[in-house]
Design a protein around this ligand. Structure first.
Ligand code: PMP
Length: 371
């Protein structure tokens, strides 16, 4: 028997996955450079001993959602948790996307927004960011025009009787944006909120490294969904935990599409306990922000063109024509950064995660040697 071919429409963009090479300094996937605090690990160990793993976990992750709610000053009903913010995004698309529906993205941006949309059969309407990698005022009009064109192509004679445009049911606003590091200025976010016809998802995976958050705008905008993760600031990328803060009706819709018991008991406990270490995490964030400033200055002094960053990584273009050769030379110096030079609009660019001062020094030494 011949096996059926898998779907051809869900292949992730070429070169998206960063190679896992055996190097001393890993600055390629925006992880926290240090592990979580020892006191957190001890508390988690005690919790695991007492947690009765023979039983299924709390189906609605009540204590975890309450703890996240308390952390942000919102109610538990406004919080949805999943296995990493990627799964939060997937739940959003399962709940609101699907055939006949579309989302809007502003490129270059986080590739998983379009990829998960494709997996769920949701069309992607794309507009480019401006030359500073920000969402320009006409971007929403551009995606709406694409939605109208898409309908005209798929249904030229209006066979379904209506000539409605395919408007985005979700508009993704990744801020600070990956891979550029840019925080969307308030007036740009305002323009998106004023014009987008559906939900606006502020993907704030790097939100804690920035001076402002869309969380403060939810009061005036019930359509705003803010997505966050424990992977970066909380030093828990290996644990896989992320969450959304949104209107209870949006949260309920997301809950309807998740599998029962998708969040295991250990993860629920770990997330709740981690929030007890908020002061340590804030101190780590300020150290990283300080280190980011130092790295930016050093990169500029080396002649690199540096994109201003409000995240825990920096997009930069070395002052040579072959960025890929610089990447390879860094690998030879046992430093791994992200080669984004083959991505649309990013020819000549590399992305480096802010690490410990020692890791950053090793990166700068490798870069000096490469140049
Ligand atoms: N959103 C953005 C913008 C990201 O960069 C990432 C991680 N690379 C994620 C979401 C997913 O993070 P996680 O699934 O680890 O929470």
């Amino acid at each position: 028997m011949t096996l059926p071919p898998p779907r051809a429409d869900v292949v992730l963009m070429d070169g998206y996955h960063s190679p896992r090479l055996d190097v001393k300094v890993r600055l390629n996937v925006n992880e926290a450079p240090e592990g979580p605090p020892a006191a957190f690990l001890e508390a988690l160990e005690r919790e695991i001993h007492n947690s009765g793993l023979n039983r299924y976990p709390d189906l609605s992750a009540t204590a975890l959602r309450e703890a996240i709610g308390a952390h942000h000053g919102v109610r538990r009903e406004e919080v949805f948790c999943a296995n990493g913010s990627n799964e939060v995004l997937q739940s959003l698309l399962l709940a609101f996307g699907g055939p006949g529906r579309a989302v809007a993205v502003f490129s270059p941006t986080y590739a998983l927004h379009s990829h998960i949309a494709a997996i769920t059969g949701t069309a992607v309407l794309e507009a480019e960011r401006d030359e500073e990698f920000l969402i320009h005022a006409e971007a929403i009009e551009q995606v709406m025009a694409r939605g109208a064109a898409m309908l005209a192509e798929s249904d030229p004679r209006g066979a379904f009787g209506t000539r409605r445009a395919v408007n985005p049911v979700i508009t993704f606003c990744c801020s600070p944006n990956n891979p550029t590091g840019r925080l969307e200025p308030d007036d740009r976010l305002d323009a998106v909120l004023a014009r987008a016809p559906g939900l606006v998802v502020a993907d704030e995976a790097y939100g804690q490294f920035a001076p402002r958050s869309a969380l403060d705008r939810r009061g005036e905008h019930p359509e705003l969904v803010v997505v966050r993760t424990f992977s970066k600031t909380w030093s828990l990328a290996g644990l896989r935990l992320g969450y959304a803060v949104a209107d209870p009706a949006v949260i309920e819709a997301m809950e309807r599409v998740t599998l029962p018991y998708h969040l295991d008991a250990i993860k629920q406990a770990a997330g709740r306990l981690a929030l007890g270490f908020a002061d340590e995490m804030r101190a780590r964030v300020s150290r990283l922000v300080h280190e980011r400033g130092r790295l930016c200055a050093e990169l500029s002094a080396l002649g690199c063109s540096v994109v201003p960053s409000d995240a825990n990584f920096i997009l930069f273009s070395p002052p040579v024509s072959d960025a890929k050769a610089v990447w390879s030379s860094l690998v030879e110096h046992s430093v791994l950064v992200r080669d984004v030079s083959s991505w649309p609009r990013l020819a000549g660019y590399l992305r480096v995660t802010v690490g410990t001062p020692e890791e950053d020094d090793a990166f700068l030494a490798g870069l000096r040697a490469a140049l």
